[in-house]
Design a protein around this ligand. Structure first.
Ligand SMILES: [Fe+2]
Length: 308
């Protein structure tokens, strides 16, 4: 059994040549883990597996984590997080984009980024594929960093960026709000979904990946709020805002992103310490089910900014 590795468009690879239902040798496990660190985004097609197998396979990449949103965790398998569109909860995730009603659209983000301790990664498997839309985007922020010019790289070495958690998309400063309207049931406060009100999280603008040592551009649109004390680094407030706008646009370029159009049985694994992701959402009433397992983040990459 030998693994085949095929590059996707610009980032990530498709991995084939092994049977997920057969025992996976320690050699293959080590190779899979190395590929995860090398490419950040791994796609596996047509894997017909049970939730138990998904949990077992995910453990190759590290201990698994339970997600804080307990309401969407599968009762039977606590490590499994069921993401469902087309069900009763749709109305809470519905908003308007250019007048169109969309369920479950999410801006580019890294999971748990707002806690300063993002999880290490996650594996998604398509159980029910949406008839249309429902794409998941992945962006490689190590490749995005590498492509920056030297002056920007030198400046970023000195800077820190803050992320400010909010339930309300219209309060986020770096997402595209043109044509956006929240839905009538969109949550307004963290307590509406059982969340605490998180303090701001601060990261170096460039984070060194704890395992691979790759430099990662730690600038992601969701919850992005500000550069910390930009004047100390020769930037006016306006210049720091323009810098973040430019970096957000840079990271989203097709050169560094891949949109997965799901087929039944597809699995995608990403390294959440390096890759951001987003979802395009679905039209109301469209059924989509994804089973998700999450690899625990055992390292705090940022710091929590305590209230004075
Ligand atoms: Fe996410």
């Amino acid at each position: 059994m030998s693994l085949q590795v095929t590059p996707l468009n610009n980032v990530g690879v498709e991995v084939s040549g092994f049977d997920i239902n057969a025992p996976i040798s320690s050699d293959i496990q080590a190779r899979l883990k190395a590929l995860w660190y090398e490419h950040a985004i791994l796609v596996f097609r047509g894997q017909d597996i049970s939730p138990e197998k998904q949990i077992e396979f995910s453990r190759i990449f590290g201990p698994l984590e339970m997600h804080p949103l307990a309401s969407t965790t599968s009762a039977e398998y606590p490590e499994l997080f069921v993401l469902e569109n087309g069900g009763d909860k749709d109305k809470f995730f519905t908003a308007f984009y250019e007048g169109e009603e969309i369920v479950g659209r999410l801006d580019w983000h890294m999971d748990l980024h707002y806690t300063a301790r993002p999880n290490h990664g996650a594996l998604l498997r398509a159980v029910v594929v949406a008839e249309e839309d429902g794409l998941t985007g992945f962006g490689d922020l190590a490749k995005a960093y590498d492509a920056l010019d030297d002056d920007t790289k030198a400046l970023l070495e000195k800077l820190e960026v803050a992320y400010s958690f909010s339930m309300q998309r219209r309060h986020m400063r770096y997402v595209n709000l043109e044509g956006y309207e929240p839905g009538p049931y969109s949550p307004k406060n963290p307590t509406d979904v059982g969340f605490p009100d998180f303090s701001d999280a601060v990261y170096p603008a460039v984070v060194t990946h704890p395992v691979s040592g790759r430099k990662v551009l730690e600038v992601v649109e969701q919850f992005l709020d500000r550069v910390i004390t930009p004047q100390q680094f020769g930037l006016s407030n306006d210049e720091s805002i323009e810098l973040l706008e430019r970096l957000v646009a840079h990271g989203k370029k097709p050169d560094f992103t891949y949109f997965h159009d799901w087929r039944e049985g597809d699995m995608v694994l990403w390294d959440n310490w390096r890759a951001m992701h987003c979802t395009t959402g679905t039209k109301p009433g469209i059924k989509r089910v994804i089973n998700r397992t999450t690899i625990e983040g055992d390292i705090t990459l940022g710091r929590v900014l305590k209230a004075e």
